[in-house]
Write a protein that binds this ligand. Structure first.
Ligand SMILES: [Zn+2]
Length: 386
């Protein structure tokens, strides 16, 4: 089974997961819509996932006070084939807004299936996409390809560099604090914000959770900022601090080193124009503390669709949306998608040239036929025999 995600829509059909017997579950990346239901699967089924992706899932559960997952986890390594029964699976590291994200080549009985997972060609790791085009997998029978962007445009921010530029332009002459609404796990975005701060001579303030995400990232790359870097300070939210204190076996010395670079509320309020403060939608109340003087910048740096969403996952969306018409707030949109544009999908599909292309991860499966060759729209319960 490839991915076992939490549906984004409440109208989605439910499956009797306990009755599903597969040899393994392969998780492409640590986004809820790709792994969010694995706790409902039979815990004896092995779950394959990248090492870093698993660590990120673990920390989210810890911080949200959810019990650890009981599945039998196994790690794979990028580009290292592994086998599950008769299947040979090769993970391809891809560029996406989640780190440790993979596409998979699955081979069995002389047939090849390629699963794109979520991917794009315009992030900081776009070289991974370029390489898949330069050295494409040949003889693919079925390509499962995502189509998130089929009816969406990325024209305002065609690449991550444009987001960095917008943040820099917004904060460089600010007279009050700026807030950045973004996911702590969108590491490309954290790097953009940090670089913008460095260029503008500002300080990027992150919470303990985000600082820990960067700490984990630094085990695999030196290209992300970390604790102790100039222009980076940590705000110690009490809830997160309790979790760190209670789990020294997970966090080691991290709590102590984070505290050396901690910033207090008083320091922020004394000279707010010095800071870009990373926040989540649910923490909207902090913004009001700085209103009343010079305009506060609110840089909204994630999918605009979340502002219209009303489920529990989007707590605070209504309040953030209301800031768009608040005269004391300068609402700025700065976001580049985590998913490939239609143009890049066309390049990818044409290069792979599969015998059959099956749309996945899209609300516009019917549009695939207009853009790609050999499309076969698969509906629930249908079986394809190769
Ligand atoms: Zn994703």
């Amino acid at each position: 089974m490839l991915d076992l995600g939490m549906p984004l829509s409440k109208e989605s059909k439910t499956l009797d997961l306990a009755s599903i017997k597969t040899d393994a579950i392969i998780i492409s990346h640590p986004h809820q819509d790709h792994y969010g239901l694995i706790d409902a699967a039979d815990s004896k089924i092995p779950v394959y996932i990248g090492r870093l992706g698993k660590s990120l899932i673990d920390v989210v559960r810890l911080l949200l006070d959810k019990p650890p997952l009981q599945n039998e986890f196994r790690n794979f390594e990028k580009w290292q084939p592994f086998t599950v029964g008769d299947f040979r699976i090769t993970p391809y590291l891809v560029d996406h807004s989640a780190v440790d994200a993979y596409a998979f080549l699955i081979e069995a009985e002389g047939k090849k299936v390629f699963y794109s997972g979520d991917f794009r060609a315009h992030g900081r790791k776009h070289i991974l996409f370029d390489t898949m085009l330069e050295k494409p997998v040949k003889g693919v029978d079925v390509l499962f390809m995502e189509g998130t962007m089929m009816q969406r445009s990325n024209a305002d921010f065609p690449a991550e560099a444009a987001v960095e530029e917008k943040i820099y332009e917004t904060i460089k002459e600010q007279e009050n604090i700026s807030f950045l609404i973004s996911s702590s796990q969108n590491v490309d975005r954290l790097v953009s914000a940090f670089r913008a701060c460095k260029r503008a001579g500002k300080i990027f303030v992150i919470d303990l959770y985000t600082a820990w995400v960067l700490e984990l990232m630094r085990t695999v790359t030196g290209n992300v900022p970390g604790i102790g870097w100039k222009n980076l300070r940590v705000y110690a939210d009490r809830n997160y601090d309790e979790v760190l204190k209670a789990n020294p076996e997970v966090f080691g010395n991290f709590r102590r080193s984070a505290y050396q670079y901690r910033i207090q509320k008083e320091e922020l309020q004394a000279d707010p124009a010095q800071y870009l403060y990373l926040s989540k939608m649910s923490k909207f109340r902090i913004i009001d503390l700085y209103k009343g003087g010079k305009a506060v910048n609110l840089i909204y740096s994630q999918w605009l669709g979340y502002l219209k969403c009303s489920n529990d996952e989007c707590y605070g969306a209504e309040e953030i949306a209301a800031y768009q018409s608040d005269k004391q707030i300068n609402f700025v949109y700065a976001h580049s998608s985590g998913h490939a544009t239609v143009q890049d999908l066309k390049r990818f599909a044409a290069t792979i040239n599969p015998k059959m292309l099956i749309p996945i991860h899209t609300e516009c499966g019917a549009m695939f036929k207009d853009c790609f060759d050999n499309v076969y729209e698969l509906s629930d319960q249908h079986v394809v025999t190769l």
